[in-house]
Design a protein around this ligand. Structure first.
Ligand code: CU
Length: 477
């Protein structure tokens, strides 16, 4: 999954010299015409797969591959995906981060009927805005079984001058005993409710939600080290990495040996460039980072579960012309620079940020774990959850407080939100669609209710979401 901008420019518009032309000239190469329709066929099925190491296991895939095919289009084009379901279960696809029309959002029971085995469903939506996005099934535990992939929207007009880019998807897998969720345990729902503060009226009968599996395969783009192909760079290249966390239940700290990463985009949205040694990335988050290839050799981009170990997930970065040698791992230590949300500011002060303070505030207390198999928002277990009413045009604040001992990457469908940062003027607040709320931490977000419909809002730890940590934003008008 690599695109060389050099090759792209040479083959389409005649060479790098164009980069130096004034804006008006570039516009000529995009003459006014109807937006191009880009059609993709996705066949969801159960497929034998492996990560290049270890045993084969049964994965659930789009077109037989993990991850699914990369969708790469230009801003303003129309994306059409014709999904055929050859799985033994219903399925859907969610276009994570993209503010699509509600009916295209892919949440069963909220925005559409699930696509039954043997059926097809056509998704169609505008590719807007430019940025790094992802797609995945929103049914049951299918995301953890392999139904996900990258979605990249390139700017309509060339912006960032970088020489080469790579899409880097971070994935957690269970390879033992059939893979996916096959070896996880169901937690009993009965007899564990006492004293957990649950406000649910009835006690759910039958099996409880699944426990998080113990992952034994950490992969990048479907390949585990040592079978992953090195990312090849040339000395002097400006390299862009689109780092996307498609894991179901793993938050990573990632670091790059021998180089300094500069964060340029968070969840697809441009930020004022910030240098960092460690990039923390939660499930559903995407960061674009750049680095200058000015230190020839073999190096690792490595990621480890927050707080643990040496980097279970490794991608070699190899300079062309350098004799292959053992790549060098980054050494995680306390002195490393660590860019947090508070260090980021938007590079494109957005209209939504200029609209003044929130008109409606919803407190969202994140709870669960410990003595309960359920994870909750304000004590409720989805689908018996609160409905958060909003009016079109209102600015809404969600005030998260995490009262549990686990971090929760909270994701809002259909809207970008501003991350409230009281030390910055509001026009500099970053735009995101997923944010990690750490244990015992409080953090506020604000969004403009500008995309009518019923929108899912949930923790992007798949096992927390399936155990209740979700609710629905509903437009009253
Ligand atoms: Cu969670």
């Amino acid at each position: 999954m690599t695109i060389s901008r050099r090759t792209f420019l040479q083959s389409t518009i005649g060479g790098l010299v164009l980069l130096n032309l004034p804006l008006g000239v570039r516009r000529l190469s995009h003459a006014e015409k109807a937006p191009a329709l880009r059609e993709f066929h996705f066949n969801a099925s159960v497929t034998s797969a492996n990560l290049g190491t270890g045993n084969d296991f049964l994965a659930w895939t789009y077109n037989g591959q993990i991850p699914g095919p990369e969708i790469r289009v230009r801003e303003g084009e129309t994306i059409r995906v014709i999904l055929r379901n050859d799985l033994p279960e219903p399925t859907t696809i969610h276009w994570h981060g993209l503010p699509v029309k509600n009916a295209m959002d892919g949440v069963p029971g909220v925005t559409q009927k699930p696509v039954m085995p043997g059926e097809t469903f056509t998704y169609e939506f505008a590719a807007r805005p430019a940025g790094s996005f992802i797609y995945h099934s929103h049914v049951n535990y299918q995301l953890d079984q392999g139904l996900y992939g990258p979605l990249v929207i390139e700017p309509a007009h060339a912006q960032n001058a970088y020489d080469i880019e790579f899409t880097v998807m971070l994935e957690d897998w269970v390879m033992k005993d059939g893979g996916g969720t096959a070896n996880t345990m169901r937690r009993p729902a009965m007899g564990m409710m006492h004293g957990t503060g649950l406000r649910r009226r009835g006690i759910r009968q039958g099996p409880g939600p699944l426990l998080e599996p113990i992952y034994d395969g950490f992969a990048v783009n479907g390949r585990a080290f040592p079978s992953i192909k090195p990312l090849q760079v040339r000395k002097g290249d400006k390299v862009k990495l689109r780092i996307m966390n498609l894991s179901s239940a793993t938050i990573y700290d990632s670091a790059l040996a021998g180089h300094t990463m500069t964060i340029t985009h968070a969840d697809g949205n441009a930020v004022t460039p910030v240098k960092t040694d460690v990039l923390r990335i939660g499930m559903g988050e995407r960061y674009d980072v750049e680095f200058r290839a000015d230190n020839p050799g073999s190096w690792f981009l490595a990621a480890r579960e927050t707080g643990f170990g040496e980097g279970t997930l490794r991608v070699p970065i190899q300079y062309r012309g350098v004799r292959s040698a053992d790549a060098i791992l980054p050494v995680f230590n306390r002195r490393m620079r660590f860019a947090s949300y508070g260090d980021l500011r938007t590079r494109e002060p957005s209209n939504t940020a200029l609209l003044g303070p929130a008109e409606r505030v919803y407190s969202q207390i994140l709870g669960g774990g410990m003595h309960s198999p359920y994870w909750t928002i304000n004590g409720y277990v989805y689908p018996d959850a609160e409905r958060l009413l909003v009016e079109r045009g209102e600015r809404i604040r969600l005030r998260y407080s995490n009262h549990s001992m686990m971090p929760h990457p909270m994701h809002l469908h259909g809207h970008f939100f501003n991350v409230v940062n009281t030390s910055l003027p509001r026009e500099l607040w970053i735009l995101k669609d997923t944010i990690i709320v750490n244990p015992m931490e409080s953090i506020d977000i604000e969004f403009l209710a500008d995309n009518p419909g019923n929108w899912f809002h949930h923790c992007h730890n798949l096992y927390h979401m399936e155990a209740g940590m979700a609710n629905v934003i509903m437009y009253a008008s």
